[in-house]
Design a protein around this ligand. Structure first.
Ligand code: AMP
Ligand code: ZN
Length: 401
C-alpha cells in the first residue's frame, strides 16, 4: 500500500503511536483527491489475486473511484447490509424488490447480498423499466422496495398513470438513500406509496450502502461502528468536533481488506448522537445529511462534479472557458435535471448553423459518457455569461436565473 506507507511516514506516525481511540487524530486524512492521484490501485492493500470484485463511482474529474473487494470484504458487506435491512424492519418473510442500479454502482449488488443473507426473497429489478416494476409489485406481492427517494416518487407517478394506487398494494416498507432527501420528502413518499420510508447511507470509498441506516424510530442512522469508525471534523480546520456538533463525517474502516481507508473525508455534513436509542441499539447515530463541504451534485442518483464538466468543455474546440451549470435543486445538492450553458467562440458563432449543431451534439455525447447521465446543452453567444470578479459561480439554481 504505497500510498498509506508514504502519508504515514510524512506524518511521522508509527504503529506504536496508536494505543487508544484518542490517537486516531494523529493519523492523516484520506480524500477523494488521493483516490484520483493514486488511481487505479494505489490505495489497494492486497494483491489482485485476492480481489474478487471491483465496483466504481464518479470521481472529481475524469477518473472514477475504484473500489476493490476481497471475498471477506464481500462477506462483511453482506453482513452489514443484512443488519441494515433488519434495522429498517425487513425480515426473511419479505419479498424485496431491489430497484437500485446493478452494475458498477454499489447500490444494486450491496442490497442484493444483504437481502439474500437475511433470507428475504429478492427481485433484482435494478433501475428503470418503471411499468414492469409496478407489475412486479402487483403480481409478485412485493412488500419492501429499495430505491432512491426520487425513484420512489417516479414509481408513484407511473402507477397513477397506469390507474394503479400503490397504497392498495402489498408494499409496506421503502429503504431509500444514495441521494439527499428531506423529512418532507419522506412524508410525501410514505403518503403516496402507503409505506414506512427509511433512510439508508453509504459510499463507494468505504464499502457502498451498509454504513448506516435508521431503525423504525427514524431518529438518525445507526453507524455499524464495529466496521466503520466515525468522527466529525471542522471541514476548514480538520479539527475533531465533539458529539452533537455539525461537521464533516470522517470514516476509518476497521475490517476492510482490499482497500481500507484511514480517516476518509466523506465531505458529507452531519452530526453524531451517541445516546442509546429507544430501539435498543447502542451504536452511534448520524443525522440526515445537511450538505456537502465540496461542490458535488447528485443528479438522479449519480454523483457529478463541476470539475468533470469543466474537463470535458476544455477539451472541445470552439468552446470558451465560460459556462454555467443550471440545476433545479429540490434539496441541498440534489437535482433532477442538469443543464449546461456553454459559451461558443466567435468563429463557431459566426459560422453557418451546422457547426453549432455539431458542437452541441458532440458536447452532449461527451457529457453523457463522462458523467454517465444525460445533460441538456445550451450553446450561448460569445460574451453572454457574466464574468466573475472573484470566485466564479458555476452552479446556479434555476430559480436564481
Ligand atoms: P456513491 O459513492 O456514488 O454511492 O455516493 C455516495 C454519496 O451519496 C455520499 O457521500 C452522499 O453524499 C450521498 N448519499 C448516500 N446516501 C445518502 C443519504 N441517505 N442521504 C443523503 N445523501 C446520501
Ligand atoms: Zn434505533
Amino acid at each position: 500500500m504505497p500510498f498509506y506507507r508514504r502519508t504515514l511516514k510524512e506524518k511521522g506516525v508509527t504503529p506504536d503511536d496508536i494505543q487508544s481511540l484518542a490517537d486516531l487524530t494523529k493519523l492523516p486524512f484520506t480524500s477523494k483527491l488521493d483516490f484520483r492521484d493514486n488511481y487505479p490501485f494505489g490505495l489497494m492493500a492486497v494483491s489482485m489475486e485476492q480481489v474478487v470484485r471491483i465496483h466504481s463511482s464518479s470521481g472529481t474529474t475524469g477518473k472514477p473511484i475504484i473500489a476493490p473487494y476481497t471475498q471477506h470484504d464481500i462477506d462483511i458487506w453482506a453482513e452489514v447490509m443484512a443488519r441494515t435491512l433488519t434495522s429498517a424492519g425487513t425480515t426473511e418473510n419479505d419479498v424485496l424488490q431491489n430497484a437500485y442500479g446493478y452494475g458498477l454502482f454499489t447500490g444494486g449488488l450491496g442490497f442484493h447480498h444483504g437481502a439474500e443473507l437475511l433470507g428475504a426473497t429478492v427481485i433484482p429489478t435494478s433501475t428503470g423499466n418503471t411499468k414492469r416494476q409496478i407489475l412486479m409489485i402487483q403480481d409478485l406481492g412485493t412488500t419492501v422496495i429499495t430505491c432512491t427517494p426520487s425513484y420512489a416518487i417516479t414509481l408513484h407517478e407511473a402507477a397513477r398513470e397506469m390507474g394503479v394506487d400503490l397504497r392498495d398494494s402489498t408494499l409496506r416498507l421503502g429503504i431509500h438513500g444514495a441521494e439527499p432527501w428531506s423529512e418532507k420528502m419522506r412524508a410525501d413518499i410514505e403518503d403516496r406509496l402507503g409505506i414506512i420510508a427509511i433512510n439508508v447511507y453509504g459510499l463507494t470509498e468505504v464499502i457502498g450502502p451498509g454504513v448506516s441506516v435508521e431503525c423504525p424510530y427514524k431518529c438518525g442512522m445507526h453507524i455499524w461502528e464495529d466496521h466503520f469508525l466515525a468522527e466529525v471534523i471542522n471541514p476548514e480546520t480538520g479539527e475533531q468536533l465533539p458529539y452533537g456538533e455539525e461537521g464533516e463525517l470522517v470514516i476509518t474502516t476497521l475490517t476492510k481488506e482490499a482497500q481500507p481507508v484511514i480517516r476518509f473525508r466523506t465531505r458529507d455534513i452531519i452530526s453524531l448522537n451517541p445516546e442509546p436509542c429507544e430501539c435498543g441499539r447502542t451504536m452511534v447515530r448520524m443525522s440526515r445529511l445537511t450538505g456537502r463541504s465540496d461542490d458535488m451534485l447528485i443528479v438522479r442518483g449519480v454523483n457529478v462534479f463541476p470539475s468533470q464538466i469543466e474537463s470535458v468543455l476544455l477539451e472541445v474546440e470552439g468552446v470558451e472557458p465560460h459556462y454555467l451549470i443550471i440545476v433545479d435543486r429540490q434539496h441541498a445538492f440534489k437535482t433532477d435535471e442538469l443543464e449546461i450553458w456553454v459559451e461558443v467562440s466567435d468563429e463557431v458563432f459566426s459560422d453557418e448553423m451546422g457547426k453549432m449543431e455539431n458542437l452541441e451534439k458532440r458536447l452532449r455525447s461527451e457529457m453523457d459518457s463522462v458523467l454517465g447521465i444525460a445533460a441538456r446543452i445550451k450553446l450561448v453567444e460569445p460574451r453572454t455569461i457574466a464574468r466573475a470578479e472573484g470566485k466564479a459561480k458555476r452552479v446556479v439554481d434555476r430559480s436564481e436565473l
